[in-house]
Ligand binder design. Structure first.
Ligand SMILES: *Cc1c(COP(=O)(O)O)cnc(C)c1O
Length: 286
């Protein structure tokens, strides 16, 4: 599998000009944030490994990317999740369907094991792991090259965070300011995540505050509207979990700092939109 350098595209959104790093276009099967995080496992040999165990939600982007990795590596993939609704089981779609098609073995409602055999690689929910730095460093290099080519010395990078792993390793490997916002948990949780991942003193990414509390995975009208406006104006599809909040926070920042040059990292996750759009359709926002 050949992983390319993802392209950068300049877009106009509302009154702002923003560069978009299209990590959603890394590869048709292995793209976005989780592809960067798992690149280390794709590009190294693990002769003793025969299976991967992970856990989390049944529509997780990490689950899907791991299923691709395991298919390519010919590893068995076992994934623990709390519950699959009857509806989803009968109408498989999104990350869930695609991961099953890649041979994932799903275990429902059971405790996640805590001790593993030598031939097993355990991946923590969401991919908050040290090895993630390998692929994120490559992303940092691509961004630096782009900035040099276009003489953007004052570029600032923005990306919405879950565990904060990507923002942290980007900041560690870039001379530019990395801005982020908390999508899972609050600002305090995100800062704790940074401290857990990096023991050495370093400048952490700058967390921009949300002006309202949002719960991860819940539906918000302003999220759907942001998604739709983005699609209409930029012709790019963004994800429905992280990007809408990311752009709400970024837009507030740009209103106060209109001359900043921003590169926004599109971290993929589009496969998850099918089920999110169905949930939004039931609320009849469109
Ligand atoms: C996982 C993920 C994130 C969050 O990445 P973290 O490194 O956990 O902060 C953001 N966007 C998408 C699309 C993701 O899949």
């Amino acid at each position: 599998m050949k992983i390319i350098n993802s392209p950068v595209q300049k877009v106009n959104f509302n009154t702002f000009e923003i560069f978009i790093k299209r990590d959603d276009l890394l590869h048709h099967d292995f793209s976005g944030n989780k592809a960067r995080k798992f690149l280390y496992f794709l590009e190294h040999d693990f002769p003793s490994i025969k299976k991967v165990i992970s856990h989390g939600s049944n529509q997780s982007n990490a689950m899907y990317s791991l299923s691709v990795l395991c298919r390519l590596k010919k590893w068995e993939f076992i994934y623990y999740t709390d519950h699959v609704s009857g509806f989803l089981a009968q109408n498989p779609m999104g990350n869930y369907k695609n991961a099953l098609d890649n041979g994932m073995r799903l275990i429902q409602g059971k405790c996640v094991p805590e001790k593993f055999e030598e031939d097993t690689l355990f991946i923590q929910e969401g991919g908050a792991l040290k090895e993630a730095e390998f692929g994120i460093k490559k992303l940092a290099l691509e961004i630096e090259e782009f900035a040099q080519t276009h003489r953007l010395d004052e570029l600032e990078i923005f990306l919405p965070s879950g565990t904060g792993t990507t923002a942290l390793f980007l900041q560690k490997n870039l001379p530019f300011k990395v801005l982020t916002c908390a999508c899972v948990g609050d600002e305090t949780y995100l800062k704790k995540q940074f401290e857990l991942l990096e023991k050495e003193p370093m400048t952490f990414p700058t967390i921009l505050n949300r002006d309202k509390k949002y719960h991860f995975g819940k539906l918000y009208k302003e999220f759907y509207c942001m998604y739709k406006n983005l699609k209409e104006q930029t012709h790019i599809e963004f994800d429905l979990l992280y990007d809408p909040l990311g752009f709400i926070v970024l837009q507030n920042y740009l209103r106060n700092n209109p001359y900043k040059k921003i590169l926004y990292v599109h971290q993929g996750g589009i496969l998850g939109n099918v089920t999110m759009l169905q949930r939004y359709a039931r609320k009849s926002y469109f």
